[in-house]
Design a protein around this ligand. Structure first.
Ligand code: RP5
Length: 169
C-alpha cells in the first residue's frame, strides 16, 4: 500500500489532502488518485486534531501562505479535524467522514457535518465515494480559473458516462 507523501518545493500543489491517521489513507487515497487522474497537484499529510494538535494548528494557519487553494480533510470517529482546520483557515475545506469500526462512519459524518453557522465544512459522503467526490469538487473549484483543468474534468465525466452499459451482464 502506498503511503501519504510529503510536499516537494518544485511543482505547484494547490490541494492539501489531510487525514487524522495512517489508517485513513485507505479511504483518502481515493481523493489522491482522483486528483492524479485529473492532473491536479496535491500534498497528502497526516495531521491529527487530537494526537498532533500543534501540527494541525501550524498547518491550518499556514495553509493559505503555503499556496493551497482548498483542503480535503478526512477523519473518523470523533472527527474534529475538518472543523478545526476550517476554524483556522479561510480556505475552502471539504470534509470526508471515514468509515469507523464502531459506528460505520455515522459518528464521523455527524462530527463533520453539523458545523455552527459561520465556519463551513463542505461535507461529503462516508468513505470512498466521499473521498472521490471531495477531489472532484476541489478540482471543480480550481477549474473555475483553469480552462485546461475544466476540459480535463469534462473529459473525466464524459468517460464515466460512456462507461455505463445499456444493460447489465
Ligand atoms: C481519527 O481516529 C482518525 O481520523 C481515524 O479515522 C480514527 C482512528 O485512528 P487510528 O486509531 O486508526 O489511528 O482521529
Amino acid at each position: 500500500m502506498t503511503e501519504p507523501t510529503a510536499a516537494t518545493a518544485t511543482d505547484p500543489r494547490p490541494i492539501a489532502i489531510i487525514m487524522g491517521s495512517q489508517s485513513d489513507w485507505e479511504t483518502m487515497r481515493h481523493a489522491a488518485e482522483t486528483l492524479e487522474a485529473l492532473g491536479v497537484g496535491h500534498d497528502c499529510l497526516i495531521v491529527s486534531a487530537h494526537r498532533t494538535p500543534d501540527r494541525m494548528y501550524a498547518f491550518a494557519k499556514g495553509a493559505r501562505d503555503a499556496g493551497y487553494k482548498a483542503i480535503i480533510a478526512g477523519a473518523g470517529g470523533a472527527a474534529h479535524l475538518p472543523g478545526m482546520v476550517a476554524a483556522l483557515t479561510p480556505l475552502p475545506v471539504f470534509g470526508v467522514p471515514v468509515e469507523s469500526k464502531a459506528m460505520s462512519g455515522v459518528d464521523s459524518l455527524y462530527s463533520i457535518v453539523q458545523m455552527p453557522a459561520g465556519i463551513p465544512v463542505g461535507t461529503l459522503a462516508i468513505g470512498r465515494a466521499g473521498a472521490t467526490n471531495a477531489a472532484l469538487i476541489a478540482a471543480a473549484v480550481l477549474a473555475l480559473n483553469d480552462d485546461a483543468l475544466a476540459a480535463r474534468l469534462d473529459d473525466w465525466r464524459a468517460a464515466r458516462t460512456a462507461a455505463v452499459a445499456d444493460r447489465p451482464v
